[in-house]
Ligand binder design. Structure first.
Ligand SMILES: Cc1cc2nc3c(=O)[nH]c(=O)nc-3n(C[C@H](O)[C@H](O)[C@H](O)COP(=O)(O)O)c2cc1C
Length: 354
């Protein structure tokens, strides 16, 4: 029976434990260029003992940023500063991962700590977001431009190019962001996709954008490095995307060579009633893992070592990802190891404190 501190091998990489830092936007960059903040932020969490660090949503094109301050991988110039990030993560015993993303119709907002509101069209910082249909996420959001098929293919190409740059930057794990109402999720959810062409309507048509994107990325991402996808497991809304849909989608993702599905939820529509509580998304992970026979990550209000360990021991996920708990305490894995009587990956420089 696997437990939280067992290593996990996928292809040529081995995580030292099953604890990952969930991708978390820092909105702290100019022109999409990584900087010292990302080095210290992620370096600290590697020294804190996480097995995997998935760096934040990293835009595949400028239009796909959530805010003008997101980090990106749309240009070769962005590779070198990210090499510093991957180096510090690897040197501290963790595996560097990156989430490649396109914000779709939820793009073009201000930083959360400044209110997080969408910029009005007249703002000098605004641009027109894109989406499956000309349906704004809210009254305050700019109406998205409905993507043509040629434009869909161009964005898929940008995902592929971003994956190539991620490899050059030293990342060893790539996660395609297909959750939280951003572009790829907005295509597969019937709540945001009203298209009548090959990318809308039936289940097969709605998942087409994501499957084709995965195929593009897999064609350049080494077979022996993990390719993973974060999904919204349910829209938590009548008439929306369901866990059963997620199981079927995950079967198809597996056929396309995806190694692991990261099971999040929500974000597609405002006002969904989400039953947030400890480990509330874990049942999605369990259903996908069992139903699609694929490795999964569980995420969402996993804050105690006992819960994290139980999820792994009971085969409800293969890894757990922690977000806010890791912001509060970068050394969460070291404390968890102590709590669970497992050897803690304490950096030698810190041993006198542990
Ligand atoms: C500051 C912050 C930024 C986030 N940015 C991202 C992101 O870039 N990509 C993503 O998929 N999820 C993002 N999330 C969601 C987290 O990855 C995670 O799924 C969520 O916070 C639930 O996990 P937690 O309860 O452990 O925080 C973010 C969450 C926080 C708190």
């Amino acid at each position: 029976m696997a437990h939280l501190f067992d290593p996990l091998t996928i292809g040529r990489i081995t995580l030292r434990n099953r604890i990952g830092v969930s991708p978390m936007c820092m909105y702290s960059y100019e022109n999409g260029m990584s900087n010292d903040w990302q080095v210290i932020h992620l370096g600290a969490r590697a020294a804190g003992g996480a097995g995997l660090i998935i760096s934040e949503a990293t835009a595949v094109e400028p239009r796909g940023r959530i805010t003008p301050f997101d980090v990106g991988l749309w240009s070769d110039e962005q590779i070198e500063p990210l090499q510093r990030v991957t180096r510090v993560i690897r040197e501290n015993g963790s595996v560097p991962g990156v989430q490649i993303a396109h914000a779709g119709r939820k793009a073009c907002t201000d930083r959360p700590w400044l209110g997080g509101k969408p910029f009005p069209p007249e703002s000098p910082l605004a641009w027109q977001p894109v989406g499956p249909s000309p349906l704004a996420f809210s009254d305050a959001h700019i109406q998205p431009h409905e993507l043509s098929v040629a434009e869909i293919h161009a964005i898929q190409h940008n995902f592929k190019a971003a994956a190539q740059r991620a490899l050059a930057a030293g990342f060893e794990w790539v996660e395609i962001h297909a959750a939280h109402g951003y572009l790829l999720h907005s295509f597969y959810s019937p709540l945001s996709n009203q298209r009548t062409d090959a990318y809308g309507g039936s289940f097969d048509n709605r998942i087409r954008f994501l499957l084709e994107t995965v195929r593009e990325v897999r064609s350049v991402w080494p077979q022996d490095l993990p390719l993973t996808v974060r999904i919204t497991g349910t829209d938590w809304t009548e008439g929306g995307w369901t866990v059963e849909d997620s199981v079927e989608l995950s079967r198809r993702l597996k056929q396309e060579g995806v190694d692991l599905v990261d099971c999040s939820s929500g974000g597609g529509v405002a006002g969904a009633k989400i039953p947030e509580g400890a480990g509330y998304q874990v049942p999605i992970s369990k259903a996908v893992r069992k139903g699609a026979g694929i490795l999964t990550a569980a995420v969402g209000l996993i804050t105690t070592p006992e819960l994290a360990d139980e999820i792994i021991r009971n085969d409800r996920a293969d890894i757990v990802l922690l977000g806010r708990a890791m912001l509060r305490n970068p050394h969460w894995p070291l404390h968890a190891a102590r709590a669970l009587n497992q050897p803690a990956p304490v950096p030698p420089q810190y041993r006198r404190a542990f």
